[in-house]
Write a protein that binds this ligand. Sequence first.
Ligand SMILES: O=C(O)CCC(=O)C(=O)O
Length: 287
Amino acid sequence: MPPPRLLADGLTLFEDVLPAPEQRALLAAVERWLSSGRRGALAGKAYQRPPDEWLRSGQSRETIQFGAYVKCNKVSHAAVPPLPAELARLLERLEAAAVFTAAQRPDSCCVNVYEPGCWLPPHVDSAAFDRPFFTLSLASAQRVVFGEHIGGERGEWHGELSVLMPEGSVLRLDGLAAGPWKHALPRATRRRVSLTFRKLGAESRARFEAIRQASAEAAEARRARCLAKKALRGRKPRVVAGEAGARLLWAWTMREHILARQSEVAVPASPWERRSDGAPGSCASAE
Ligand SMILES: O=C(O)CCC(=O)C(=O)O
């Protein structure tokens, strides 16, 4: 691996980090995730396709997100799967190659799939992510434009610096290069896949965890109330695991108990005795 090249403040290019056979293996994994995502088989919001309107103009790309969910450069608590084994192994390799230190090790990845003509507008990555962050390039070598002011429109960008990202290379963004400098992706000339690795800041991670936990508890409580209502209406209970199951069993047992007590204390129904004048009353043997 050649020595890293410092291109500007905080901007470092690591070339030939991943040999060709490993690039192919990673691309094959991306294709598997992509086809699962397209048929709705990836958990949570892991797979995202840009709106048709954006696709028509070439803006954006298909994404698969692990570890953190980002939409329009905003990070939210929405659930996505954790980093898969393939990416955990890749991170070990990048750490061994001194692309980052153990303390900087990313915990999320956005896999970007750009078809020819796709581009990204100038932006600074969300401040919810620690610096530095890293992008591994696969499938074709494309450019990224950096600058405090990036001019142009719809994928025709110009700025202070234009960097070619070869296949198998990693670009590390830190310092000025990670903000306030922006970066933008010009229209891809060929299909390109990139993996952006970032570490969610501790404060954001704790906040998102707390939101997820509270909403899981609220959903569980709603489910338990719903099951209990059904049981009290006399629906036969199914065996349900966990707290919801225990509540359901309790509701059903209470219902059975109340019904049993009712039948013990109720006076058996008897036909009214008939009076001799035919009116309901005292004498049953009128005929
Ligand atoms: O694909 C790349 O090289 C960069 C992607 C990017 O800027 C982003 O996901 O915010």
